[in-house]
Design a protein around this ligand. Sequence first.
Ligand SMILES: C[S@@+](CC[C@H](N)C(=O)[O-])C[C@H]1O[C@@H](n2cnc3c(N)ncnc32)[C@H](O)[C@@H]1O
Length: 316
Amino acid sequence: MDDPIWHALPAGTRRTVDEHLAAGRHVHATKAIRDASPESPPGIPACMDVIADRMAELGLLPNGPTPLRAPADGAVAASAAEAYRASREIPIRGLAQWRTAIAAAAPMAPGRRVLDIGAGTGGFAAAFREWFGVHVVAVEPDDAMRRLIPRTTGIEVRDGRAEALPVPDACADAAWLGSVVHHLTDLAAAAAELRRALRPGAPVLVRNAFPGRSAGDIRVRFFPETAAAVEGYPTVEQVCEAFATAGFRRVSLASVPQQNDPTLAEYASRLRREADSKLRALTDAQYEAGLARLRAAVAEDPVQPATSWMDLLVLA
Ligand SMILES: C[S@@+](CC[C@H](N)C(=O)[O-])C[C@H]1O[C@@H](n2cnc3c(N)ncnc32)[C@H](O)[C@@H]1O
């Protein structure tokens, strides 16, 4: 569940919320979320979004897994996926240092097979194909996101989740999890599935923000309150521990830069709050203050590159 309000709650509160939801006590669940949120209490509509997502995850919705606020015709989901592509996908030209880091960590060459787990709109799937000529199996549970993955030779698109991979045993030479580990409800189950799906010795490449390590994220530079959401993500140690249960060990951890856009001015013009749950979770005042910081930086140096840093954790 990609909701910073949920991730910011203490584990005990999350359990309490789940108990309230299971018992149908939605008002109590809302109050627990508001009382325990570390920042100012989120508004009721934001709490309802959290509750709808959580009920879907817990299988508590009366008509199956459709979230309460899901669009009847999928139009909103489709536009959210489009917004993700337009605003969050990093253009391939900005990923040169990621290309180098990935090539150093995994056997990337034509004939190799790479699992892209939680592939989103397929930005990295396309990059892997273009950079290395590998065969990519892009696994993505969200229909609207999956629909935008390029259908092209060398990219196979599958509906599925990390915890139950729709692939045969020992079929791949590497796995890529880009901004996905904080979405996984059961890291150990995902690790066990990756152990099954990968050939012996094949690496798992985790590209993510981790608690205590997000200062280089460009959003944190201008919207410092977004760091709070990352604090609720699994830590490097928690990911390593979960993967250790499936026999993986930590190989390396490095912070890698990317150019979100060639210039800060372009970054500012591409920024879309609705495409980013961390920006959506800010109060309007926090968001406006961040925009003012960003505009001031653009005015001072419009052509400075929009550089952002994320971690690459390699396990094998
Ligand atoms: C922030 S997006 C990242 C997309 C892409 N990897 C990227 O780097 O642009 C997270 C993706 O993980 C997917 N996701 C959520 N839960 C998942 C799960 N249990 N298994 C696999 N993917 C999941 C979401 O649908 C979403 O597309």
